[in-house]
Design a protein around this ligand. Structure first.
Ligand SMILES: N[C@@H](CCC(=O)N[C@@H](CS)C(=O)NCC(=O)O)C(=O)O
Length: 218
């Protein structure tokens, strides 16, 4: 088997598979490919991902080159292929846990990502002069509905003494969702007041040593 490679700097969506790989303690080669100023738009990189995006994950198994793009797909692939379905690590250990991982990660990219990114960009990431607070406010308003779904799910889990999305331990479902909800940390205090269970869950996910380890990558 050829070395597993993950392309993409940690300060990008590549953080998702990097965090996953750190959680699973996998041996991998990190290629800290940047993305600004067309860095992913040259012929060499377009061979790896014709979409011109990071992250990308590659490995050779049984003589076949496997290429995974799309950050959530990369994370789900790692959990599926490298994790143990033993009910201890972050991989789904039953069809019910697999269902949680799939539905929450697809939900995250379709229902959350665009608006959490607007909050991140227009509250803290862009130079102050370019920020538009009204864009962040609109995004916060739109996020009320999906985040209420997350909040209610977490509250329902607590009645079963579960802290996490799929059960009593941190799984890939939590990682996929937390990596995107964390972009909304800069939302207004009035916004976050409505989601105390989500806040507590997020704090817990982000305090994990593997999260810190991935953050320290270039
Ligand atoms: N849906 C894709 C989006 C990937 C994406 O847009 N990546 C950004 C960095 S976070 C990128 O590569 N941008 C450079 C470009 O598109 O030229 C995923 O989740 O992997």
């Amino acid at each position: 088997m050829n070395q597993l490679r993950i392309y993409g700097i940690a300060a990008s969506r590549a953080f998702r598979p990097l965090w996953t790989a750190c959680e699973l303690a996998i041996d991998f080669e990190h290629i800290p490919q940047g993305y600004r100023h067309g860095a992913t738009r040259n012929p060499a990189f377009l061979e790896v991902n014709p979409n011109g995006h990071i992250p990308v994950l590659t490995e050779i198994r049984g003589g076949t080159l496997i290429t995974v793009w799309e950050s959530m797909a990369c994370s789900l692939y790692l959990a599926d292929v490298y994790g143990k379905a033993d009910g201890l690590d972050l991989s789904p250990a039953s069809p019910a846990e697999k269902a949680q991982a799939l539905r929450w990660s697809f939900w995250t990219v379709t229902e959350l990502e665009k608006d959490t990114l607007s909050i991140l960009m227009h509250r803290i990431a862009m130079p102050e002069a370019e920020r538009k607070p009204e864009v962040a406010e609109t995004a916060e308003k739109r996020l009320m509905l999906p985040l209420s779904v997350l909040e209610q799910h977490l509250i329902a889990q607590q009645t079963n003494e579960y802290v996490y999305l799929a059960g009593s331990r941190f799984t890939i479902a939590d990682l996929c969702v937390a990596s995107v909800v964390s972009w909304a940390r800069a939302a207004s205090p009035a916004f976050w007041e409505r989601f105390p269970s989500t806040q507590a869950w997020l704090r817990d996910c982000l305090a994990r040593p593997a999260h810190q380890q991935a953050r320290n990558l270039p």
